[in-house]
Design a protein around this ligand. Sequence first.
Ligand code: ATP
Ligand code: MG
Length: 313
Amino acid sequence: MTTREQRIADFIAPFRVEPGKNVKLGKDFAPDFKGTVRSKKRGRKLLVQGTELLSEYQSRLYAQHTHGVLVVLQALDAGGKDGTIRHVMTGVNPQGVSVHSFKVPTNEELDHDYLWRYGLRLPARGEIGIFNRSHYEEVLVVRVHPELLDRQRLPAEAQKGLWSRRYREINEWERMLSDNGFKIVKLFLNLSREEQRIRFLRRIDLRDHNWKFSSADVREREYWDSYQQAFSRMLARTSTEWAPWYVIPADRKWYARIAAAAVIANALIDLDPRYPKVDKKARAALQEIKATLEKQAPKGAAADPFAASMPSG
Ligand code: ATP
Ligand code: MG
């Protein structure tokens, strides 16, 4: 491990939810944590470095075409999911990235098993796929509002021990993906109740932000404690060795962004994708093609226009 890789691993260690450990959000993770990064200015520098690193790794992931990465983003309203996606993915080639935002399920989606719609949107090999909200809504909003479960038309026998079963099924689904080359990076943006209030007020005060404000979000805020409990249980029950959760301190947007970038970078470092190696035979074939192309040069053109810049062999 290089020192930079070690620094990244150390930086993200406090955010990791140890598999099997109980979690109490309000107590175990501070939304305003900023560790050793003292200032926003220093934070900006780190973010630039982080996004450059991501871009380099993504090129290799795309070229190697063996692994895929799924980034799962969960948060309460105004937690900063959109901004995180925008800032962290700056500089990454859009060709290799997909983002999907999951909304209230459609009738067609409700007519299938609860994981169906998420399976349809998984990244392919070589890609980074981002789930803006995810299959975890099935144990979050659906748990906080049991009437949503009624719409899923489950048979009576499927209702018994439903939440425990869902945690297990999600873990198994992720294990299958992970065993088959798909790395799952799970980020929970942990916002405090007070910071959420401030962000809602800002959305009302700033005209350009009005479109982001929804009165439904303020109604959802009434369920704060139920959500904290549902998130805590989700973190405790679905943080696994193959797909651990990271609780990102989200009260400072700039900090949340570097933390998220670092967790994603760490996952890519783990995968260590490499550009495919060209063997001797393939290189010889390339030389033959080169010779043929050179013979086709129009009269008067330089015989080998790349001579100065192309390494030979
Ligand atoms: P923004 O931060 O921009 O508001 P958003 O992710 O909140 O983005 P919205 O369109 O406001 O997007 O809301 C999506 C809604 O879909 C949320 O209220 C969420 O609770 C709901 N939702 C997502 N998945 C499910 C699900 N499986 N069952 C029921 N509701 C869901
Ligand atoms: Mg919303």
